[in-house]
Design a protein around this ligand. Structure first.
Ligand code: MN
Length: 220
């Protein structure tokens, strides 16, 4: 009983007083997104790059952090650059892994498809616009499909590890689809041909996962 109380106290203490972030599990293995994303890129991207953002975020926040990742992002203008880069890095990669699948659904659900058709004409046209946005983004960053505060869809881009949840970005909203356009995401296989990577990425984007995020965002 004494041990149980001590354990409960420790758990409660760690839950209420510190927020340590950890690498989320992948729903697939490194080679399962081939040939679109090669196994070596996946391994390094996930186990080295993403892990480094988490390690550096935990280090920068120290043991006294009680905020969730979304809380940190929404007040990121009050944080130092090291938190901005690494909290963004952690959030962005987590979303990216979630919308990729070795067996992707190629069509959004009814509600999302209706909204896409209304705003972009067709799914194909939306995908082409996102590919184009990523090709045109200078340097490292991300392409997003977000739900705006007025429940519209919008394609946006951010530099470095910024994202649409951050209070300091121009185009704010809830991301439902993220595409990493840092060179580390594609260079081993595609080298300088970012446009080819951005054309092929649609082979592994799971519209079922994106649709679930859309539905969840509208509910909130
Ligand atoms: Mn990345």
């Amino acid at each position: 009983m004494k041990n149980f109380l001590l354990l409960s106290l420790l758990l409660t203490t760690s839950l209420s007083f510190s927020q340590n972030f950890s690498l989320p599990k992948l729903a697939y293995s490194y080679n399962q997104l081939e040939p679109t994303i090669d196994s070596v890129t996946m391994r390094i991207h996930y186990s080295k790059h993403h892990q480094a953002y988490i390690t550096n975020l935990n280090k920068a926040l120290g043991t006294s952090n009680t905020k969730s990742l979304v809380e940190i992002l929404s007040t990121i203008s009050t944080q130092p650059a090291v938190v901005r880069n690494n909290a963004g890095g952690h959030y962005n990669h987590t979303l990216f892994w979630e919308v990729l699948s070795p067996k992707p659904s190629k069509t959004p659900n009814e509600a999302l498809l209706a909204q896409i058709n209304k705003q972009f004409g067709s799914l194909d046209s939306l995908q082409k616009s996102m590919t184009l946005a990523g090709t045109g983004l200078f340097g490292s960053g991300w392409v997003w499909l977000i739900v705006t505060p007025t429940n519209e869809l919008k394609i946006t881009t951010t530099s470095n590890q910024d994202n649409p949840l951050m209070d300091l970005v121009t185009d704010k909203g809830t991301p439902i689809l993220a595409i990493d356009v840092w060179e580390h995401a594609y260079y081993l296989k595609y080298q300088n041909k970012r446009a080819d990577y951005l054309k092929n990425i649609w082979n592994v984007i799971d519209w079922k996962a994106v649709s679930e995020k859309y539905t969840a965002t509208l509910k909130n």
